[in-house]
Structure formats: structure tokens, C-alpha cells
Design a protein around this ligand. Structure first.
Ligand code: NAD
Length: 422
């Protein structure tokens, strides 16, 4: 193994940090990744990736070559030129921004910050966080932001599971506290990202990321509302969307589903809602979208109840097989997954629930493990509920063998009226 001096420290080696560290290392920049979880650090130092977007085959050679190392020690950040923070920014119990991980990291960094270092925040957050929250904590070092050290915000736009756009190819928005901060950040990202989009302030970069996620949340809510109305009117919403999508301009198709999931879309918009209150402003689109989207699991369970009812079966006592529990196709991410709410509601109604998910072997929260899909099992259940459209699932077999299917994703081939769609 070669001994290389890390130039960049990535703080938080999760869905965002690990692909970023990998992309930097592949571009020839030695990286040290910091994570609070010892078992993750150990895995990384063995060359093992626990994030599906980065295979161990891709990651291991970088570790063997000394291009990436991992640590739990903040002292490692003392010697790097740039620190990039990729820590979680969840909501607390009152659904208000919880910046404790980011600001805790800033405190640890402040004790070690050196003049000339560059600190970049990638975590999604409300406008003003970099300048008004992160900066002052880092300045406890005695150094001044924008003068003695550089500070910038650059939102991560990764879409886990996606292969056509990666950390390298997705344009990178960068907003520094000063033009020099932006320039320094562009130097770092310029080495590993194909397209840079400098903007004039960190607040612009912070708001850009929120606009992108709110755009998705609102459009998904719109199409979910259309799906509920179409259901009542007996119109196939999927065919409507496909037809609308033929318009070559001014329309972008979004698909309905059982609800939002992941760390971003269900959470980030409420960072802005919270901040807007300070300006006596109510973000009504965000609230409305949240209300519609969070109602989808209940709507889907009601649809399943209706389907069972058509077979003279109550939900109570019925055996329901849920297909897919991750929040979206081809990932193992369970954060905020609507499947959890669907399962909860079904259990509350007395259903006997089992699930199959090739990416999620165990669902500790519900005390369940994924069952194998086979024709015998499918014939034995009362209904199948399709929650996540993983590409590894044999939809033909489900369509053929299951007695009743409620498909919230439009993936199961139609079969003699036994497939009900959202
Ligand atoms: N996951 C996505 O698709 C995505 C996309 C774009 C932006 N983001 C944003 O990026 C940020 C990070 O998200 P993520 O999905 O990578 O989260 P994650 O939970 O996958 O990763 C965070 C990592 O930080 C570690 N960690 C937590 N607290 C720590 C601490 N105090 N000190 C050191 N390490 C700590 C965790 O062990 C974990 O490995 C969030 O703000 C999120 O909104 C996420």
C-alpha cells in the first residue's frame, strides 16, 4: 500500500459522502473519510462498500492504492486542504430542522481549523445555514470565514440507484462566501466533476437544492391527487400520464405511488417551511404537497381493502404479501419508506403481512424478514400489494400466480381483471 497524504477530508461516509470520496479518489485526489460509526470505518478500510451505488470492486483498489482511507478521528481533518461535510440533516420530533450533526462537526473542526483551509457543506439545508450557522461555529477557532479560511455550500444532487447521472456527470452548483471561496471550491470539484455551476452566494446554492426537491414533491403530489380523482372517476391515470408525456414541450411526467420516501423529498421542503416562518411567510405549496403525499399509504390500503372486499374478504385475517419495502426501486434505503406505513396500517386492520424485497432481507422495525417469491407462496396469499418496483422482481410470475394484485406502481402485467391499479 502506498502512503499518500490526503488532500480532502469527507465528513460522513453515507449515501452522499462515500460516492463523493470515491469520485475524488478516482480523479487522483487522496481522500480521508471520517465517520462516527466504527464498523463503517473498518469496512471501508477493508475496501468494502456498504452503499449500493459504489461496488466493493470499484472501491477496494482505491483503498489498496492508498487513495482512500477512513477514520473516526477528527485530528485527521487538521492536515487536509479541504473538508467536505456530508452529514445528515433530518427533522426533529417537532418536524423542525435538526442541524446537530452538522454543527457538532463544525465544533470539532473549529478546534483544529488552520488558516487557508476550505470547508464545504453539502448537506441539504435552509438558506443561511452556511453563512449564519456553520461560519460562526467555525470562527470559534479564532479564524475569520472568507478571510482566514474559505467557506462554501455545494448541494449534493445524487439520486441513489441511478446510473445515467453520477457524482461526476451531474452538474455541481457551488456558492462561496466570497469569490475566492467559490474559486477554491471550484478547483476541488473541477478535478472530479464534469460541469461546474458557480453561483453568487451560498444562499443561492442552498435555495437551489430546496427548489429542486420541492419541485419534485409538489409535482408528485399533483399527480397523486390526479390518481385519486381518476380512481374515483374510473379513468386510468397511467394512460393519461403517458399520453400527456407525448407533448414535446411544457410537460414533464411524474408518476403516482404509495407516498414519498428517502432522506430528501419528504424532509427537505420542511427546512424551508421552518425558515420561511421567520419571514412571516407560509409555504402553502409545500404544506399541501406534504399533506397529499403523506396520505397516499392510507389511500393505497383503502384501495387494497376495496379489492379484497370485491372477493368477499375483509382485510382482517387476510394474508397480504407486500412486494418491495425500500423507498424506491433498486435500492436498500428504508428511510421514510411509505411501505412502513402501508404495513403498519395493514397490521392495524388485522391483516397477516409478509413481504418480499431482494434489497432488504430484514425489516427489524416490524420484526419481519423477506420471504422468497415462488408460485406456491403467491397462490397461497389473499392479495399482493406492489409498493416498490424493483427490477429484479418477476412481475410476470406475480401476475400469473397471485389471486389478487393491487399494483401501486403500474408494473404488473394485466391478467383477467385480477390486477387492480392505483
Ligand atoms: N441520500 C440522498 O439521496 C441525498 C441526496 C442529496 C443530498 N442529500 C443530503 O446529504 C446529506 C447526507 O445524507 P446521506 O443520505 O448521505 O446520509 P447518510 O445517513 O447516508 O450518511 C451520513 C453518514 O454520516 C455519519 N454520521 C452521522 N453523524 C455523524 C457525526 N456526528 N460525525 C461523523 N459521522 C456522522 C453516519 O454514520 C453516516 O455514515 C443530507 O443533508 C441529505 O439531505 C442526500
Amino acid at each position: 500500500m502506498t502512503d499518500r497524504t490526503p488532500q480532502v477530508g469527507v465528513v460522513g461516509m453515507g449515501y452522499v459522502g462515500l460516492p463523493l470520496a470515491t469520485t475524488l479518489a478516482e480523479a487522483g485526489i487522496p481522500v480521508i473519510g471520517l465517520d462516527a460509526v466504527q464498523s463503517k470505518v473498518d469496512a471501508l478500510n477493508r475496501g468494502e462498500s456498504y452503499i449500493e451505488d459504489v461496488s466493493s470492486e470499484r472501491f477496494a483498489p482505491l483503498v489498496a492504492d492508498g487513495m482512500v482511507r477512513a477514520t473516526t478521528s477528527w485530528d485527521a481533518m487538521r492536515w487536509v486542504e479541504t473538508v467536505i461535510i456530508c452529514l445528515p440533516t433530518p427533522l426533529d420530533d417537532h418536524r423542525e430542522p435538526d442541524l446537530s450533526a452538522v454543527l457538532g462537526a463544525a465544533e470539532s473542526l473549529a478546534q483544529r481549523l488552520r488558516a487557508g483551509q476550505l470547508v464545504i457543506l453539502e448537506s441539504t439545508t435552509y438558506p443561511g445555514t452556511t453563512r449564519d450557522e456553520l461560519g460562526p461555529v467555525l470562527e470559534r477557532s479564532g479564524l475569520t470565514a472568507g478571510k482566514d479560511f474559505h467557506l462554501a455550500f455545494s448541494p449534493e444532487r445524487v439520486d441513489p440507484g441511478r446510473v445515467d447521472w453520477t457524482t461526476r456527470t451531474t452538474p455541481k452548483v457551488i456558492g462561496g462566501l466570497t469569490p475566492e471561496c467559490t474559486r477554491r471550491a471550484m478547483e476541488v470539484y473541477g478535478a472530479c466533476c464534469d460541469n461546474l455551476v458557480p453561483v453568487s452566494t451560498p444562499e443561492i446554492a442552498e435555495m437551489t437544492k430546496l427548489l429542486e426537491n420541492i419541485f419534485r414533491s409538489v409535482n408528485i403530489a399533483l399527480v397523486n391527487e390526479m390518481a385519486m380523482l381518476c380512481d374515483r372517476m374510473g379513468i386510468d391515470v397511467w394512460e393519461v400520464i403517458d399520453a400527456a408525456a407525448t407533448k414535446p414541450f411544457g410537460f414533464m411526467p411524474f408518476r403516482p405511488g404509495p407516498g414519498l420516501g428517502g432522506h430528501c423529498i419528504p424532509i427537505d421542503p420542511f427546512y424551508l417551511t421552518w425558515k420561511a416562518r421567520e419571514y412571516d411567510f407560509h409555504t402553502e405549496f409545500i404544506e399541501l404537497a406534504g399533506k397529499i403525499n403523506s396520505n397516499m399509504p392510507a389511500f393505497c390500503v383503502a384501495k387494497l381493502a376495496k379489492a379484497l372486499n370485491s372477493r368477499r374478504k375483509p382485510v382482517n385475517g387476510s394474508r397480504v404479501l407486500v412486494i418491495g419495502v425500500a423507498y424506491k426501486a433498486d435500492v436498500n434505503d428504508m428511510r421514510e419508506s411509505p411501505a412502513l406505513r402501508v404495513i403498519e396500517l395493514l397490521i392495524e386492520e388485522g391483516a397477516q403481512v409478509a413481504y418480499h424485497d431482494p434489497h432488504v432481507p430484514h425489516l427489524a422495525k416490524k420484526g419481519l424478514s423477506s420471504v422468497d417469491l415462488d408460485p406456491e407462496l403467491l397462490r397461497d396469499v389473499d392479495a399482493v400489494a406492489v409498493v416498490t418496483p424493483h427490477s429484479a422482481v418477476d412481475w410476470e410470475m406475480i401476475s400469473r400466480e397471485a389471486p389478487l394484485i393491487v399494483d401501486f406502481r403500474n408494473v404488473v402485467p394485466a391478467n383477467d381483471g385480477k390486477v387492480w391499479r392505483l
